[in-house]
Design a protein around this ligand. Structure first.
Ligand code: OOG
Length: 253
């Protein structure tokens, strides 16, 4: 299959809520090709009127790498269609086998075209917030290789962002937890995210510079899950709590 055919297949899998077989079983794609496919599938969303809103980092924590058996940092693209408002109730029918994970979001305060280091990165961030990411692999059984998941835009499908607050550089040891219907299902520390979630933004600037992708003022950056992800079921209230940052939640029906 050509890269465009694969992009179309992944795009259709998402739209029809029908998982496809892993590409790795039949296709031999390199990581670079996988990022091209990701870009082609995002272009299909843009052609339908979606607007890009930022980026997500994936596999920034050991818990996630171990859960999924993939051991390399990845990045994907977010669009406005993926945005869910806090406390919004959304239907599970729009997804294949969605999972939620606790995250931290950052918002860029300027365009960035170069790689920025950890000691400087806070100067490029306007606000931060507790966040929930909903991931939904377009592959059967949520099983994939590194190239598969990159081509599939890193399983991106939804995100919820809590109240934006001023950036504090002292955020590497905060408690972060995921709660379903008031019950704690995952707990962790923000240090699980590359020792410091700000490092995710550092990595994004490096990757974006290398790929010649401009980062824009106002772009959102999801730093990656701090814990393993949890499958969603009907009629649940999903909440993430982050020490110092507060809570964010949404509902599924
Ligand atoms: C890939 C996305 C990983 C994270 O935060 O590590 C990710 C997946 O697990 O399907 O979003």
């Amino acid at each position: 299959m050509t890269q465009d055919e694969i992009a179309l297949k992944l795009d259709e899998a998402a739209r029809k809520c029908k998982p496809i077989a892993q590409l790795a079983a039949t296709e031999n794609i390199t990581l670079e090709e996988a990022y091209n496919i990701q870009r082609l599938s995002i272009n299909k969303r843009i052609e339908r009127g979606e607007k890009t809103t930022g980026f997500k980092l994936g596999f920034t924590s050991r818990a996630k790498m171990e859960q999924m058996g993939v051991h390399d940092l990845i990045w994907g693209i977010l669009t406005d269609k993926m945005h869910i408002a806090p406390e919004e109730e959304v239907s599970l029918n729009q997804w294949i086998h969605p999972r939620a994970e606790p995250e931290i979001a950052f918002r860029l305060n300027q365009d960035i075209t170069e790689a920025i280091g950890l000691s400087e990165i806070h100067n490029y961030i306007d606000k931060m917030a507790p966040a929930i990411e909903i991931i939904d692999s377009r592959y059967e059984n949520f099983k994939f290789s590194l190239e598969d998941v990159v081509a599939d835009n890193c399983s991106s499908t939804g995100y919820v962002i809590g109240n934006w607050i001023d950036v504090d550089t002292n955020i590497s040891e905060l408690n972060i937890s995921l709660h379903i219907d008031g019950k704690t299902v995952e707990t962790g520390k923000t240090s699980a995210i590359l020792d410091n979630p700000l490092q995710s933004v550092v990595e994004l600037t490096r990757l974006a510079q290398k790929a010649e992708v401009p980062l824009k003022k106002g772009d959102i950056v999801l730093a990656g899950a701090a814990t393993a992800a949890i499958y969603l079921k009907e009629n649940q209230h999903i909440e993430v709590q982050v020490e110092k940052m507060g809570n964010v939640a949404f509902r599924v029906k």
